[in-house]
Design a protein around this ligand. Structure first.
Ligand SMILES: [Zn+2]
Length: 346
């Protein structure tokens, strides 16, 4: 009897799977062709793999009946940063395109290779979010990022790039945004994050033009945006999803895409003027002794490094006061390993 039930469940899954095959494969996003007042789903053809098969990414478009901005939401450009995917899925379950002004374009999974490999990187071991603008005829990840912009992002007006911490680390919910822009500052505050870091998204000195983030490159092309980090890699965290969903809904109200009043975020974020990572200078087993979101003063102990026998070989202290934005969760630490991401308050 149980076997029959299981078979029935599998059959139902197969039937819903069949519906997926009706989703059109497109070569580029064409918002003019998307029907107004509806949600459309597409598979966007990005590149082809070594077996000549198309590599596709899922795209959802909610096109309103009235004019308004095109808001782009992209999740998992780092393939192991998954919390943004259910945020987009739940947003689209609640969105009413007949009441929407403008359009939401969302990609619930942008790094097609990294997601399958459970890896931050693309399958040429490159970080897609350090390779913009890419090159039309460049190497594997250069072509991939060139197409991310050409096929997708250039059709948007504003961008929210959804991330999490990377492998071996954990994050608060925090936003990186250029707080000199009134629109971006408002969007950053409305996320209801723990922390906002004022960061124009321009790479540090010495970085070449071929290693921009998506946010920096899009901003240089007149598409400003914010980056939101929702917690930890390779997991779903329902509290992060719920907060992230409300943040994007408040943003849509602020942009007058919905008729909802702009709700105040539940939480006033701590505003940081800058942030940086602290690194170990020795290898060993690292215990980061402060909590996410904790305030630290200059000289506070933040980490203890032991050898395998348990002897303390280093005690690390905060170099200045600040707040813990993210930290290492993996004790195994080589010289130069990350201890924590310190935000310095404005
Ligand atoms: Zn990321």
């Amino acid at each position: 009897m149980k076997k029959k039930l299981l078979f029935f469940v599998l059959m139902l899954d197969a039937l819903t799977g069949a519906a997926q095959q009706d989703i059109p494969v497109i070569e580029t996003l064409d918002l003019a062709a998307a029907p107004a007042g509806q949600v459309s789903r597409y598979w966007l053809h990005m590149i082809s793999n070594g077996l000549s098969q198309p590599v596709l990414v899922p795209v959802m478009v909610a096109k309103g009946v009235n004019p308004g901005p095109v808001l782009g939401l992209v999740a998992a450009i780092h393939g192991n940063e998954l919390n943004g995917i259910p945020i987009i899925q739940q947003l689209f379950q609640q969105i009413d395109p007949k009441q929407l002004n403008g359009t939401v374009v969302a990609v619930p999974g942008l790094n097609a290779a990294g997601i399958l490999n459970e890896d931050r990187l693309f399958n040429d071991q490159e970080d897609l979010n350090r390779r913009f603008p890419g090159k039309e005829n460049g190497d594997v990840s250069q072509q991939y990022v060139w197409r991310i912009f050409d096929k997708l992002v250039r059709h948007t007006d504003l961008l929210i790039d959804l991330h999490t911490a990377s492998f071996g680390r954990v994050n608060t919910m925090y936003v990186r945004a250029d707080m000199d822009s009134d629109t971006l500052a408002a969007m950053a505050r409305l996320q209801g994050a723990d922390i906002i870091v004022n960061n124009p998204g321009i790479p540090s000195a010495g970085a070449g033009s071929g290693d921009l983030t998506l946010r920096a490159f899009a901003a240089s092309r007149g598409i400003p945006g914010i980056t939101v980090e929702y917690g930890d890699p390779q997991v779903y965290q329902p509290d992060m999803t719920a907060r992230g969903l409300r943040g994007i809904q408040r943003t849509m109200a602020y942009l007058k895409m919905t008729q909802n009043p702009v709700a105040e975020p539940e939480k006033e974020a701590i505003l940081c003027k800058k942030s940086y990572w602290l690194y170990t200078d020795e290898g060993g087993l690292l215990d980061v002794t402060v909590a996410l979101g904790q305030s630290v003063a200059r000289g506070d102990v933040i980490g203890i490094l032991r050898n395998p026998f348990g002897d303390v070989i280093r005690t690390y202290q905060a170099p200045e006061s600040g707040v813990v934005i993210g930290k290492s969760s993996n004790p195994v630490n080589q010289s130069g390993g990350r201890i924590l991401h310190l935000g310095v308050l404005k």
